[in-house]
Design a protein around this ligand. Structure first.
Ligand code: OGA
Ligand code: NI
Length: 357
C-alpha cells in the first residue's frame, strides 16, 4: 500500500524539539509568489490606534476619521479603551500558554483528527494536508467554535488549565461587544444604517477562536509560521503576544512588521467576507506570520463569520449605477471551501480576486 503518512502532520512543537533543519515541506519555495525576504520592513508610521470607547460613545469625529484612514490605508488597526479588562487579556494569554505547554498526549485529548486520522477543522493540531507537495506552516493551533453557544463542542475545549473554559467564555462576551462597536462605527463611516453591518450576523453566525502557537524555528529565514492569506470571516480580533513579534501585513508589494505590543490594545482586521459585503470599499489585508529562532510566540484570534447558509454579496445600499457590484454572490459555506483550497495551494492572497465579477 502507498505510504500515506504525509497526510498526518507532525506537531510542530515536537518537531522543533528534535530537528536541526526543518523538513522540506516547511521550506519556502524558490519562487515565493509574494516575496521571499522574511525580514519585513518597519511600518512608516505607528499602527493607527482607535479609542473605541470614545468613538462609540460620542462618534468622535477625530476617531472616526482615524478609523476611515486606517481602513483605507492598511485594512487593520489597533483599538484601545475597548472595555476589556487588562487582567482578562492577560488571563487568556496565560491560559493559552499553559495549554500549549502541556504534554502532547494531554493536548491530543482535544485533537482535530478523529480516530487519529480523519481531519476536522475544530480541535488541536495542524492544517489539513491535502497534497504531498503542500507547504506546511510552522505552527500548532487550537481551533474552537465559540458561538453560537449551542454549537460549542466542549469535547475540544481544554480542561487544563482549569480556568481555560471560563476565561474563553468571558473573553468571548467582551469581544462580541467590541465587534459590535466596530461594526457600528464602520457602518456610520459607510453612511449605512448604524445596525446594517451588525444585522448581517444572525443567531447562526459563527465565532471561532483560534489559538496559535509558533515554537522557535531553527530557520526563520526559510520558514513561515502562517502562509500569506486574507482572513476569511468578516472581522478578526487578535490578541497578540506581548513580547514576540511575527505578524506582517502586505501593502503595495511590501511586507510590514507589526511590533509586539504590551499596551493591552487589540489588533483588528477585516476579512474577505466583509470586503465582499462592502463591495471592496475596504479590502481584507493579506498577512502572514514569520518565525523566530529563539522564542516561541502565541496569539489568539477571534474570527466573526456569517451564517454558513447566508449568501454573501455586496450590500444593496452601497451599490449605485456608477458603483456596481464588483463581487459575485456566494453562500458563505461555499466561499469557505474555495478559500481553504486556495490557502493550501499557497494562493491564500488571491482569493478576493477569484470572487470578483
Ligand atoms: C490567523 C493569523 C496572526 C498572528 O490566525 O489567521 O493571521 O499574529 N494570525 O498570529
Ligand atoms: Ni490571519
Amino acid at each position: 500500500m502507498a505510504d500515506e503518512s504525509w497526510r498526518l502532520p507532525n506537531s510542530v512543537q515536537q518537531l522543533a524539539a528534535i530537528v536541526q533543519e526543518p523538513p522540506s515541506q516547511y521550506l519556502l519555495r524558490e519562487q515565493e509568489p509574494l516575496g521571499g525576504n522574511l525580514a519585513g520592513t518597519e511600518m512608516p508610521e505607528p499602527i493607527p490606534t482607535i479609542d473605541l470607547g470614545l468613538l462609540s460613545a460620542s462618534n468622535d469625529p477625530e476617531e472616526a476619521a482615524k478609523l476611515l484612514s486606517a481602513l483605507q490605508t492598511w485594512g487593520f488597526f489597533k483599538v484601545s479603551n475597548h472595555g476589556m479588562e487588562t487582567s482578562m487579556m492577560d488571563s487568556v494569554m496565560t491560559a493559552s500558554r499553559e495549554f500549549f505547554h502541556l504534554p502532547l498526549e494531554e493536548k491530543k485529548k482535544c485533537s482535530n483528527l478523529i480516530d487519529g486520522k480523519h481531519f476536522q477543522v475544530e480541535g488541536y493540531g495542524n492544517d489539513h494536508v491535502r497534497t504531498q507537495d503542500q507547504r506546511l506552516d510552522w505552527s500548532d493551533r487550537l481551533h474552537l467554535t465559540v458561538e453560537p453557544e449551542g454549537g460549542r463542542n466542549l469535547a475540544h475545549w481544554p480542561t487544563h488549565p482549569k480556568s481555560f473554559r471560563d476565561d474563553l467564555h468571558e473573553y468571548a462576551l467582551k469581544c462580541k461587544k467590541i465587534k459590535g462597536d466596530i461594526l457600528r462605527a464602520m457602518a456610520k463611516i459607510l453612511k449605512l444604517d448604524e445596525d446594517c453591518l451588525v444585522n448581517q450576523f444572525n443567531s447562526n453566525a459563527p465565532t471561532f477562536a483560534r489559538f496559535n502557537h509558533f515554537p522557535p524555528c531553527p530557520r526563520p529565514d526559510l520558514v513561515l509560521g502562517i502562509k500569506p492569506h486574507a482572513d476569511f470571516p468578516a472581522l478578526t480580533v487578535l490578541l497578540m503576544d506581548r513580547d514576540v513579534a511575527g505578524l506582517q501585513y502586505l501593502r503595495d508589494g511590501t511586507w510590514y512588521n507589526v511590533p509586539a505590543a504590551c499596551d493591552h490594545t487589540l489588533l483588528i482586521n477585516i476579512g474577505l467576507t466583509m470586503e465582499i459585503m462592502i463591495n471592496g470599499i475596504f479590502t481584507g489585508p493579506v498577512h502572514r506570520v514569520v518565525t523566530n529562532a529563539d522564542k516561541e510566540r502565541i496569539s489568539v484570534a477571534m474570527f466573526y463569520g456569517v451564517d454558513p447558509d447566508h449568501e454573501i454579496g455586496p450590500i444593496a445600499h452601497l451599490l449605485r449605477d456608477e458603483q456596481p457590484a464588483r463581487y459575485r454572490k456566494m453562500k458563505a459555506k461555499d466561499l469557505l471551501v474555495a478559500q481553504l483550497e486556495h490557502f493550501s495551494q499557497d494562493r491564500g492572497a488571491q482569493i478576493a480576486d477569484a470572487c470578483k465579477i
